[in-house]
Design a protein around this ligand. Structure first.
Ligand code: NDP
Length: 479
């Protein structure tokens, strides 16, 4: 399978003529090629996006809304095909792609299609003397760069609000999971999205991605990915005075108080630990358990973890598929080895898995639970982004708040308690952008989404995203 760049409404080879192998994580084998794009392709895409900008930004919002609904319908009509492609490209179970990734991509387009027609701006009366009103004008050409873990889900989470706001887009999916982005270009074309409004450039982060960040005509950048890459992007984009939204890594605490509904806490904590092989920025990887329920929670958690099935992602019965790449598998293995040197005890998991058959060279790893590590060690400070969690006992509310806040990250947290006052109190004290009380990954697309500290800068979702992709201009009229 050879995929191509989508620029100015056409599918094109990269200018260099070079391609990169696309590997299927479940088999470890090459199954396709993607463009190894560089500055020349990005430049071509940026030119097309600027050419399309005046007409797209001037289009009545209702017409942008109609086209975006057609795009949502186009994905929906091919849902099974999209889910199979996402699973093959990323290694995730096909059932998960069918109920989570692809439906959410459809929802992103529908949600922001309606946002296009409902977005409004403020006006401020200055006593009897003047009236101010705020124009929200589309920012221009937006650069949207997304990671491999939730490929179409996160790609469209950026593209949809950019298009709804009237921006045109140059976008790059991760080179590790590019296929559904290519399929999206087919859908957009069929839906009548005008040429140049969305341009998709495939390739490596340090080449094609970096060219987007550096391009003088792409001044608005929405990036989701790792904290190290985020720092690099900040360093490049800062002196160029670009507008940046950075959604980065996390090391999220999951706090279990003794008064929690244990059945729900255990079941959801297994989900928040291992869904998508633990490759979700919102996964709860540090599980803090109040000491008097530590053992009962631990034993129930391990029992449910051991019941998870791992194997060929095309098989509906499997809960976990393959990790994204050989390099990522090595990273996860390295962290588990480090956990042992730091004094950790593996309660379950801790081994690579060989499911046999066509998957015998795939990148599978057991869901792994570790205890006995202090909250300051590297395992509890660094993002592993795989199926590995630690269990840490605590005694008091103050102590767990201190430990939960004790990393450089600040993306999300989960709190389990039946004490409503405690739930609100702890939520307010946690230093992060998102807190779930007695649930996890329950999303309302209107809410602000993002993190603090090294988890990022800015917020996505709802009006936050519409504001990001527009420039505010105040107009003051003397009465
Ligand atoms: P990376 O930072 O490696 O890559 C993210 C994207 O940036 C990819 O498309 C990558 O391309 C590209 N990229 C890499 N280098 C550059 C560069 N110098 N300039 C521009 N673009 C570049 O992250 P991963 O793909 O490994 O994703 C995992 C990370 O994403 C985790 O840390 C996770 O926590 C985070 N994440 C955060 C979320 C959030 O909402 N806060 C949500 C999901 C994930 P390529 O892949 O081709 O190198």
């Amino acid at each position: 399978m050879k995929i191509l760049n989508y620029i100015n409404g056409k599918w094109e080879n990269p200018v260099s003529g070079l391609f990169i192998d696309n590997i299927e994580p479940a088999t470890g084998k090459k199954y396709g090629e993607i463009p190894d794009s560089d500055r020349a392709d990005v430049d071509h895409a940026a030119q097309a996006a600027w050419k399309a900008f005046p007409a797209w930004s001037a289009l009545p919002a209702g017409q942008r809304c109609d086209i975006m609904f057609k795009i949502a319908d186009g994905i929906e009509q091919r849902l099974d095909e999209f889910a199979a492609a996402e699973s093959r490209d990323n290694g995730k179970p096909v059932g998960l792609a069918r109920v989570m990734d692809i439906p959410r991509a459809i929802e992103n387009f529908k949600f922001f299609a309606t946002a296009a027609v409902q977005f409004s701006s403020e006006s401020h009366a200055t006593g009897q003397d003047a009236i101010n009103y705020t124009l929200r004008q589309p920012a221009g050409v937006a650069g949207c760069i997304s990671p491999w873990n939730l490929p179409l889900y996160l790609f469209t989470w950026k593209i949809a609000p950019a298009l709804a706001s009237g921006c045109t887009v140059v976008a790059k999916p991760s080179e590790l999971s590019p296929v559904t982005a290519f399929m999206l270009s087919e859908v957009c074309n069929a839906a009548g999205l005008p040429p140049g409004v969305l341009n998709i450039v495939h390739g490596l982060g340090h080449r094609a991605g970096q060219a987007i960040i550096e391009h003088p005509d792409i001044k608005t950048i929405s990036f989701t990915g790792g904290t190290v890459t985020g720092k690099k992007i900040s360093a490049t984009a800062g002196p160029l005075f670009k507008k940046l939204s950075l959604e980065l890594g996390g090391k999220n605490p999951n706090v279990i108080f003794a008064d929690a509904d244990m059945e729900k806490a255990v079941t959801t904590s297994v989900r928040s630990a291992f869904t998508n092989q633990g490759e979700i920025c919102l996964c709860g990887s540090r599980i803090f358990i109040q000491r008097n329920v530590y053992e009962s929670f631990r034993d129930a958690f391990i029992e449910k973890t051991r019941a998870l099935k791992i194997g060929d992602p095309t098989q509906e019965e499997n809960n976990l598929g393959a990790l994204i790449s050989a390099a990522h598998l090595e990273k996860v293995k390295g962290y588990v080895a480090l956990a042992l040197t730091e004094g950790g005890k593996i309660l379950t998991g801790g081994q690579q898995v060989n499911p046999g058959g066509r998957c015998s060279e795939g990148y599978f790893y057991e869901p792994t639970v570790i205890e006995g590590l202090n909250d300051n060690c590297r395992i509890n400070q660094e993002e592993i982004f795989g199926p590995v969690v630690t269990l840490i006992p605590f005694d008091t509310e103050e102590e767990v708040i201190r430990m939960a806040n004790g990393t450089n990250y600040g993306l999300s947290a989960t709190v389990w308690t039946e004490n409503i006052g405690r739930g609100h109190r702890v939520a307010a004290a946690l230093k992060c952008g998102i807190v779930w009380i007695n649930c996890w990954l329950l999303r309302d697309l209107r809410t602000p989404f993002g993190g603090t500290n090294q988890s990022g800068v800015g917020r996505e979702g709802g009006w936050e995203a519409m504001r990001f992709f527009t420039e505010a201009k105040n107009v003051c009229v003397k009465l």
